[in-house]
Ligand binder design. Structure first.
Ligand SMILES: Nc1ncnc2c1ncn2[C@@H]1O[C@H](COP(=O)(O)OP(=O)(O)OP(=O)(O)O)[C@@H](O)[C@H]1O
Length: 296
């Protein structure tokens, strides 16, 4: 597990990270979201030891990472790292060799990764001759070629088409299944929602929500219910402690201002008394709604 504890970092007067704590357990995919400038890249750089924190600690499996340990991490930096004029496979082999991988193994792994990402036939082409999305695939391959035990990926999905997203997601899922922890940042909230096991939301340098997305939704969304019925619903306006948030074609969205005392059960009973109820369930916020709520 990678653990960041109480990390603080300033750039001049600007407090970029304010007491950030988060963890990336082995085998878990952790989505890292936050508005532009929230501090995601800074956090990732500190996690990788590319940038120093002003205070706080980083540990991986209980150890403060030294150079040898960091070589077992895979990092896809925001500024990307490959040479535009370098050939795909050569660069992958070079990077794997830097991490101490034997040449034969490096060549095989590099070719396998390119094959997986649909670029096997372009192994000897220069990076700059590829489309931006394909270059992005190679950048991800570069972070994987030394078979790392932890992956930190700064926006690995940006600019990828849906098929490439799926190929990349499958690859990362294989890694987590093999016990690798993955921390990835993204602005594509639907994608994060689909892929991550855990979520960390950063806002202005602070962690404002963290945990399993479903759990975070439940914690924050307990007071809205959707009631679907063909029966008349005018009566809901008169129920104390309830606000009519929205009328829908076959029902209403209600906000329970008073969440104790079985108010939901009382509403359900009354609705059933007036006609058949097709559904009555808490309405959980989408990740996008959750994000907006905690990022104010
Ligand atoms: N080297 C630096 N010098 C000065 N300020 C910096 C530096 N790096 C980051 N910052 C500032 O720290 C804050 C956090 O930036 P960071 O790049 O970590 O955000 P981010 O969440 O990755 O944003 P984005 O989604 O736009 O990539 C910003 O206000 C940024 O301007």
């Amino acid at each position: 597990m990678l653990v960041l504890d109480n990390i603080t970092r300033r750039f001049g007067d600007r407090l970029a990270l304010d007491d950030v704590s988060l963890s990336v357990p082995d085998g878990r995919m952790v989505g890292f979201v936050g508005a532009n400038g929230a501090g995601k890249t800074t956090t990732m750089r500190i996690a990788l030891g590319v940038l120093a924190a002003d205070s706080g600690t980083v540990t991986f499996r209980g150890q403060v990472p030294d150079l040898a340990l960091r070589r077992r991490f895979g990092y896809m930096p925001e500024e990307r790292g490959l040479y535009p004029k370098g050939r795909l496979l050569e660069q992958l082999v070079f990077l794997a060799r830097l991490h101490g991988v034997d040449r034969g193994v490096a060549a095989k792994r590099g070719q396998d990764l390119l094959d997986r990402l649909g670029l096997g036939e372009r192994a000897n082409d220069k990076l700059e001759s590829l489309s931006l999305g394909n270059q992005q695939r190679v950048q991800v391959a570069a972070s994987l070629v030394h078979d790392p035990e932890l992956l930190v990926l700064d926006e690995p999905f940006s600019g990828l088409d849906p098929l490439a997203v799926d190929a990349m997601a499958d690859l990362l899922r294989e890694k987590t299944a093999a016990g690798v922890g993955v921390l990835f940042s993204s602005h594509q909230l639907d994608l994060v929602d689909r892929l991550c096991d855990d979520l960390v939301i950063l806002h202005a340098g602070r962690v404002v929500a963290a945990g399993e997305p479903e759990k975070l939704r439940r914690e924050r969304g307990g007071s809205r219910y959707e009631l679907v019925t063909d029966a008349d619903l005018d009566w809901v306006r008169d129920v104390a402690g309830v606000r009519l948030a929205e009328r829908r074609e076959h029902g209403v969205v209600l906000e329970l201002l008073d969440t104790h005392a079985d108010l939901d059960q009382k509403i359900l009973a009354e609705a059933v008394r007036r006609g058949p109820v097709r559904s009555f369930a808490p309405l959980l916020p989408t990740l996008s709604e959750l994000f907006q709520e905690v990022s104010r």
